[in-house]
Write a protein that binds this ligand. Sequence first.
Ligand code: CP
Length: 303
Amino acid sequence: MQNLLSMKDLTIEDITAILDRAEILKHYGIREMSEKYMISNLFFEPSTRTKMSFEVAERKLGLEVIPFESGFSSVLKGESLYDTLRTLEEIGMDAVVIRHPEERYYEELVGNLNLAIINGGDGSGQHPTQSLLDLFTIKEAFGGFKGLNVLIAGDIVHSRVAKSNADALKKLGANVTFLCPPQWAGEFDSVSEWEGTIETSDVVMLLRVQHERHDGETGFTKEEYHRKYGLTVEREASMKPGSIIMHPAPFNRDVEIAGSLVEGRRSRIFKQVENGVYIRSAILETILKGRELTWRKSLKMPM
Ligand code: CP
């Protein structure tokens, strides 16, 4: 693997290899890589989990993390993303993690640059590293994916997490149902009632109402949304034994999920955050080693 842009690009074998490697890192610890690679995290949208867990993973792997502050960079003077990355490549960066508001921002970059691009989220497009950590968390709970019923509920149309997870979970044999206000379903078929679905779901994955991507109003008060589309305490009581609750976070307490359920017995929300470090370490190792191998092969160097 040379880059990680979209879950659509990954085969079942690619996904399995990353999940297996993350499991080893979780059990035996993350070790420094033998080469000193340079990496920079370019975040053009806010982030706590993705940015910080990448940075922890990078430091544990012994990478040189070169700070990039989008608000103090020459992007503010109008420099394009391509020209920014072309500059970082020339300075000596081996890889970049990018979060950007524009969907598929990476299409104009891959193939034209000699550094690895890891997508940390592109607008409402894809969030592959979140999807992989979600898959890892589901596999920890159930051992696999075939036949699992996964209910994804919330602001589907704006959610890169929903899109990445739908692609990956279907590929892996899970059944995915979407629940949301009909006008928020986007490209997916959806239901708008919890009853009849929640009772048979193994995983209930809530998504944040992305107020910043709704032009002004969502059309619901917080209370209305919670009552109709949120995971209330009463709905949680109808979940089947052994089923789990997930949320990529940040979450709006008492909007898409009752505040008391966030750290309840079914919740894997903070486990997802913990697993993010192992998954991102596995992704970084896979891509950096993959590029090193390709480079050695191209120069006919010993492997
Ligand atoms: N889940 C997630 O992507 O969180 P951040 O926006 O804080 O990175």
